[in-house]
Design a protein around this ligand. Structure first.
Ligand code: PEP
Ligand code: MN
Length: 256
């Protein structure tokens, strides 16, 4: 069974999706996929939503060809962001789970298009969205079936400038208590610095999250986007080890 389906069906499963912010090169992805702790669920942006148009925008169609090639040589599920329905043609053959980024949570037409494709969707919370607005966006995906809609808390914008965002674990506790959706946490974008990611991930598990999505890179200082928050492959392995220990206490099973 595909690992994402396994996750969607198992209430005790704790999923760790990991990989680079952006797909950058074949060498970069091979280092990740050939590492001893290679992810079964790989993240990687192809169409990057950058604050500045002068920043790296992603490998786009060329990156999709690279993923198609690597899928023949390695076994992994691929999670990637879609920001426009015109990307479906390129992304659908290589994507197992679509990510809706914070900037597109309110893009209702895009959500409508995804609701008929049938693949699971990771719906990130917008920077300043209330839980009610976030759940409103999830309703646009309802034709997928509740079990294929996964919400992702990635930190919200608050008055606090010391961290990239404010990780709202309260939302995780609220959603697990009041809805049936699976909820993931993105500690990388929430905290913005690699050194905080492990503790935030453990806190996410303790708050009842069903998984985390983590940015990692074979050489973080060379990452073309979000370098500060990327874990090295060694740091990622250590984090998984810590999560396994906590999962044991909480009767959860780590899928990674
Ligand atoms: C990402 O996952 O790389 C990303 C851009 O996330 P967000 O939409 O949460 O900012
Ligand atoms: Mn990123």
């Amino acid at each position: 069974m595909n690992i994402l389906n396994e996750f969607l069906k198992d209430p005790q499963a704790f999923l760790v999706i990991s990989g680079p912010c952006a797909v950058e090169s074949e060498d970069q992805l091979k280092s990740v996929l050939d590492s001893p702790d290679a992810p079964s669920a790989l993240r990687g942006g192809l169409y990057k939503m950058r604050t500045s148009p002068d920043s790296f925008q992603g490998l786009r169609e060329e990156g999709a060809k690279l993923i198609a090639k690597l899928r023949q040589e390695h076994s992994f599920s691929f999670v990637t962001e879609i920001s426009d329905p015109r990307q479906i043609e390129t992304l659908d053959p290589i994507t197992d789970m679509y990510q809706i980024g914070a900037r597109n949570m309110y893009n209702y037409e895009l959500l409508r298009e995804l609701s008929v494709l049938g693949k699971p969707v990771l719906l990130k919370r917008a920077f300043s969205a209330t839980i009610k607005e976030w759940l409103g966006s999830a309703q646009y995906l309802k034709d997928l079936g509740e079990e294929k809609i996964v919400l992702c808390e990635r930190g919200i914008r608050s008055f606090e400038p010391e961290l990239r965002n404010t990780l709202d674990l309260g939302s995780v506790i609220y959603l697990k208590e009041n809805t049936n959706f699976k909820v993931l946490v993105d500690p990388s974008h929430a905290m913005g610095e690699a050194k905080y990611v492990e503790r935030a991930s453990l806190a996410a598990m303790a708050a009842g999250a069903d998984g985390v999505i983590i940015e990692s890179h074979p050489n973080p200082s060379l990452a073309l986007s979000d370098a500060k928050q990327a874990l090295s492959l060694g740091e990622l392995s250590k984090l998984k080890h810590q999560l396994v220990k906590l999962a044991d206490c909480l009767n959860k099973t780590l899928i990674h």
